[in-house]
Ligand binder design. Structure first.
Ligand code: GLU
Length: 457
């Protein structure tokens, strides 16, 4: 078989959403699986609804998700330009072919595509007027996902509007022909357009591509299709919130596809190896925010520290966390290293680590109340301060052992010391391992905070 050529053909009319990303991903996966070519084509003929801003969101989101395109804007290719707004001459030439062949005609200022077959007039109840119908044979589509589909076009349709703008069906098919697209992988919402497209391919004497219509993504609750307005729909949002692109991609792979075993978290190379169109489910996939959060966490926990630090820095930068001045890089890295196993998402980091970077941190009232309910916590804190004054800070487990011995000697548990100590050095009752926190903060800072709490009473 000749080389697979697939395309992702977004219209830059809005922010890049989950559904678009999944369509792009399935095209990309299929190209990578087959050793084919992944084309990015921008369908921007509708001048009023398209904007440069949305174009950049598409490029940025695809790049962020790691879906590199082999041909398209920015990278070029043999079949460019790859923006429909720059292909007007080509559309004119293709239109002329149809006009010359008697397969297109002008009526009421628009240009119509002429179907083949016997014509008859009938009164259309819905439109309340006489219309011309055509006795046409059905277009047969052996869809890789939907299976056998037959649809019949029985009315001529507009291909160039009276304002001179070509219609989506026309430019979409012309470009698929001109760009030698072999497989059209797109959302199921386009299935109903496919018969028009098949008619056009045939009129041009071009081979009809293979089709794969991907099921819809349903919104988290309720029966409807997920729309751009639904919570969690925009890719950019995940980027902003510090989600890991590899986690989001893994999650998107599973929206309509699975490896036929119970695996969920899979390296992309493995997905590429196993992905195939017949493996895509026919039934709709439901967006599940919790599952995505789980996936993100699974990737986050395994992330090499260097990349975790990189991601965290990017997030802090976007949030303006250290706008007034960045902490020492080595110290920041240590703080991040002990926080990584404890957080659920990068977006928790600013609040989770705030007290590491300032002496001016609040003491959580509830946490304080809880600690002070039990015995004389200041006595524990004083004992601890004495121990920490000379203890070895270099080993978390060694330090923990020393505190445990102290607790045992005085008839308490490790927890009794931990609660008040944590409150003193962090103002909260949650955080990284206590002794790791001591080690990273260092003796001086730890003791200063303890003394401060003792002094404040
Ligand atoms: N521009 C169309 C869309 O955004 C592309 C449809 C297709 O893939 O054929 O849905």
């Amino acid at each position: 078989m000749s080389q697979v050529r697939v395309r992702f053909a977004p219209s830059p009319t809005g922010f890049f959403h989950i559904g678009s990303a999944r369509t792009a991903l399935f095209n990309w996966l299929y190209a990578r699986h087959t050793g084919g070519v992944f084309v990015l084509r921008i369908e921007d003929t509708d001048k009023e609804r398209n904007s440069e801003q949305f174009l950049n969101v598409i490029y940025d989101s695809l790049t962020w998700l790691g879906m590199n395109w082999d041909e398209g804007p920015k990278v070029g290719g043999d079949y460019g330009p790859y923006r429909q707004s720059e292909r007007t001459d080509l559309y004119k030439a293709y239109l002329q072919k149809l006009l010359d062949a008697g397969r297109a005609y002008e009526k009421d200022g628009a240009i119509w595509f002429k179907l083949l077959g016997e014509r008859y007039e009938v009164f259309d109840d819905h439109r309340k007027k006489m219309v011309t119908k055509v006795k046409n044979t059905p277009a047969v589509i052996e869809d890789h996902i939907r299976g056998h589909v037959e649809r019949t076009e029985d009315e001529d349709f507009v291909i160039v509007r009276s304002d001179g703008n070509p219609v989506f069906h026309f430019v979409n098919v012309v470009d698929d022909i001109a760009m030698k697209i072999t497989h059209v992988i797109r959302g199921e919402d386009h299935l109903s357009n496919t018969s028009k497209h098949v008619e056009l391919f045939k009129a041009f004497g071009a081979p009809v591509p293979e089709y794969a219509h991907i099921p819809l993504i349903l919104k988290q609750d309720g029966p409807g299709k997920m729309s751009k307005r639904d919570k969690g729909a925009l890719i950019e949002e995940y980027q902003q919130r510090g989600f890991l692109p590899e986690a989001l991609v893994n999650f998107l792979c599973l929206l309509g596809w699975n490896p036929k075993d119970d695996r969920e978290k899979m390296p992309i190379e493995e997905v590429i190896r196993l992905f195939d169109l017949p493996g895509v489910n026919q039934s709709n996939a439901r967006f599940d925010e919790k599952k995505l959060a789980h996936m993100n966490l699974a990737y986050l926990l395994e992330l090499p520290l260097d990349r975790f630090v990189e991601q965290a820095r990017a997030y802090f930068t976007r949030q303006g966390t250290f706008a007034a001045g960045w902490p020492d890089a080595a110290y920041l890295r240590e703080v991040l290293a002990i926080s990584q196993p404890k957080i659920k998402g990068i977006d928790e980091l600013p609040a989770y680590t705030a007290y590491f970077f300032t002496e001016d941190f609040p003491i959580d009232a509830k946490a304080r109340e809880k600690v002070f309910k039990k015995g004389d916590p200041f006595a524990r804190l004083r004992e601890l301060a004495t121990l920490l004054a000379t203890a070895d800070f270099s080993s978390d487990t060694g330090l923990e052992e020393a505190i445990k011995q102290l607790a045992e000697k005085n008839g308490f548990g490790f927890g009794d010391y931990q609660a008040i100590a944590r409150l003193a050095v962090s103002g909260t009752n949650v955080g990284p391992s206590l002794t790791a926190m001591f080690r990273v903060m260092g003796r001086e800072r730890t003791l200063a905070r303890i003394e401060r709490m003792l002094a404040a009473g």
